[in-house]
Design a protein around this ligand. Structure first.
Ligand code: NAP
Length: 232
């Protein structure tokens, strides 16, 4: 069933990424007016109804953005730039920069966003919060912090609803830094272990984001969409 969002304004922060782009497309297909934002506007061509530059590391820019624009019905934060690695092997500055991006970026958006009553705010976290990996301990901690932030904000911002979608391994440009053959091997090995027998596609996560954003009874929820990664 297609949700009809005609006349609703939706903001995607990080719309040039794999999950952000698919989410912008899902909201557009449901009839919403989508403002697609990111740092690099060349990645935003053809995404959404309107594109704008928004760096969620820059609090002044975030506040100015919301001051200059009409309130939104739904705000989705999919942006993040994080470094991975074991705690003992990752430089402290890189670890702090990761938290500064994914957690504090979402926090800045949550502080400044103007969202209409009946609307929603959705973060994207990740299944490592529940299924830690020794090579990505920090990622799990950041994701858990985001899930907890959303639960608290669901109380603070009520009746605006606040939720998190928590993906497993998704085939997006996030992995483009890997050599292609290594990436494909990693995807194949992961797919073989997962109960779903495949890695995720950005549209799998966009579906879940559209669901929590539009289901009027969903708030304070974390929806895990991980192919069974948490239980495998
Ligand atoms: N892919 C996975 O396997 C996976 C698994 C679990 C969780 N997740 C989470 O899902 C979310 C989306 O991931 P993805 O796979 O779609 O990643 P992606 O394709 O790398 O996209 C991330 C986007 O974030 C934007 N971004 C980074 N820093 C920004 C900033 N300071 N201000 C504004 N935008 C910024 C980037 O745009 P610019 O280049 O314009 O900066 C990029 O387009 C992330 O939080 C990620 O951690 C992904």
């Amino acid at each position: 069933m297609k949700t009809h969002l005609s006349g609703q304004r939706v903001l995607i922060v990080g719309a040039g990424g794999g999950i952000g782009r698919a989410t912008a497309e899902a909201f557009r297909a449901a009839g919403a007016y989508v403002v697609a934002t990111g740092r690099d506007t060349t990645k935003l061509e053809g995404v959404g109804s309107e594109i704008a530059t928004l760096d969620f590391l820059d609090n002044d820019a975030v506040e100015a953005f919301f001051a200059d624009t009409a309130p939104f019905d739904h705000v989705v934060v999919t942006a993040a730039a994080t470094k991975s690695g074991p705690v003992g092997g990752l430089a402290l500055d890189a670890a702090k920069a990761s938290m500064e991006s994914k957690f504090w970026g979402a926090y800045r958006i949550a502080r400044a966003a103007k969202i209409n009553e009946g609307g929603s705010l959705t973060f994207v976290s990740g299944f490592l919060s529940h299924r830690p990996s020794p090579m990505s301990v920090l990622q799990g901690a950041i994701n858990a912090a985001l899930d907890a932030l959303a639960r608290g904000l669901a109380l603070e911002k009520a009746p605006v609803r606040v939720n998190t979608v928590s993906p497993g391994l998704i085939d997006t440009p996030l992995w483009s830094g890997m050599v292609a053959i290594d990436r494909e091997g990693m995807f194949e090995r992961t797919a073989a272990k997962l109960p779903a027998r495949r890695v995720g596609q950005p549209e799998d996560i966009a579906d879940a984001i559209l669901f929590v954003a539009t289901n009027r009874f969903a708030t304070g929820s974390t929806v895990t969409v991980d192919g069974g990664g948490t239980i495998a």
